[in-house]
Design a binder for this molecule. Sequence first.
Ligand code: GLP
Length: 248
Amino acid sequence: MKILVVADEREMSIEAARIIGALVRTKPDAVLGLPTGSTPLGTYRELARMHHEENLDFSRVRTINLDEYIGLSGDHPQSYRAFMRKHLFDHVNIDENNTHIPDGMAENIEEECRRYDEIFYRYGRTDLQMIGIGVNAHIAFNEPADCFTPDTHIAVLTESTINANKRNFDRRDEVPQTAISVGMRGIMSTRHLVLIACGEGKAEAVAKSCFGPVTPQVPGSLIQLHPYTTVIADEAAMALCPVFFENK
Ligand code: GLP
């Protein structure tokens, strides 16, 4: 695992965008696994800037998002489809047919989960999977549990996650309680796993994920078993990591 400790969110975003940009330039039809949340916002802004100012070309790029709320259509402002349009897709020359996000309004959600896994099988492995992390160390919507779930599945969100995500909704009871989430196989089968984290609120999740025991109670801890993981975190998010602490 390679850990890049950066000063702040801005540097984290630039570093992550630099890695993604380099991949897209060397492999124009790269398959990118992408997250939502506030953490990747700066990375998406930087990628849009690179598109406009440095001709970073997304015309052949394919993307697979990690998750979507069940019950929200792609047009709902809080859906992850709307999020991706607003923060990335509308600002680069990506073909929206090459972008994949689970359909939270699918009539048969179980079938939608299987359809989504098929996309991974069809594309092979993602070239890069960027992930954020929840305060309880969830990745995508893989919440702390008794076992790791490999396949795309219906995730029941924990109180911690609902509370963290309610800031995006007018009222807490508007936050969906379930989501379609890519499972650990989809995340871990990537060629390059990139975890981004910033702020002291993530410090415990980052420390446990990078240095604690690998356990489904800390979903992010599974990244320790990936052969090529890059963690890009600011000093606040790294504050509880033993290695960082010893080097201070
Ligand atoms: C959501 C997403 C996760 C994301 C997490 C953290 O629950 N499903 O993919 O990592 O939020 O979000 P934030 O970056 O806003 O802290």
